[in-house]
Design a protein around this ligand. Structure first.
Ligand code: ADP
Length: 159
């Protein structure tokens, strides 16, 4: 059985993330989507809120589990006995950063943790959690970026 982890901030989850989650869940037998509790970032949503949103947004995918972690991805993956990480690539600008992380993870896990990249579907290539938050903060329309219930939670934060 082949399992993978899709780690990220997901602050909040967008249709871009959900597209990667659905496609990865078709390639792997089990997919764990895990919210990184990153102390160096100031998120809009708490880890608990992000986990809850992801659970609701992926409730139709039976082989997808939602979790959270802090610390190094290689340690978390080793504990779960999973050796594949999924990352999405939107544009060439993502590539340099992602390449460095993937190589670091492979090196420091002694080759145990490899990264599989899925390229973004063209209709979501422009999407990022930060853009969605910025548009919402000015009361713009984010209905094409995130599921409705996520949109409501974002507007709630900016009220
Ligand atoms: P990070 O984990 O880098 O803080 P995110 O939670 O936004 O940021 O992203 C998690 C993963 O999802 C990354 O691999 C990122 O490249 C990917 N991703 C983000 N937005 C999209 C999108 N619109 N389409 C495809 N992949 C995306």
């Amino acid at each position: 059985m082949k399992a993978a982890i899709y780690p990220g901030s997901f602050d909040p989850v967008t249709y871009g993330h959900l597209d990667i989650i659905r496609r990865a869940s078709e390639i792997f037998d089990e997919l764990t989507v895990s919210v990184l509790n990153n102390k160096t970032k100031t998120p809009l949503f708490s880890v608990e809120e992000r986990v809850k949103m992801l659970k609701e947004a992926t409730s139709d995918l039976p082989n997808v589990t939602i979790d959270s972690f802090s610390g190094l991805l290689i340690d978390y993956a080793a504990k779960k006995n999973i050796n594949v990480a999924i990352r999405g690539l939107r544009a060439i600008t993502d590539f340099e950063y992602e390449l460095q992380i993937a190589q670091t993870n492979r090196k420091f896990s002694d080759g145990k943790l490899d990264t599989v990249f899925l390229t973004t579907s063209l209709e979501y290539a422009y999407l990022s959690s930060s853009t969605v938050k910025e548009i919402a903060s000015f009361n713009g329309d984010i209905s094409e970026c995130v599921p409705d219930f996520v949109g409501r939670m974002i507007y709630e934060k900016y009220r």
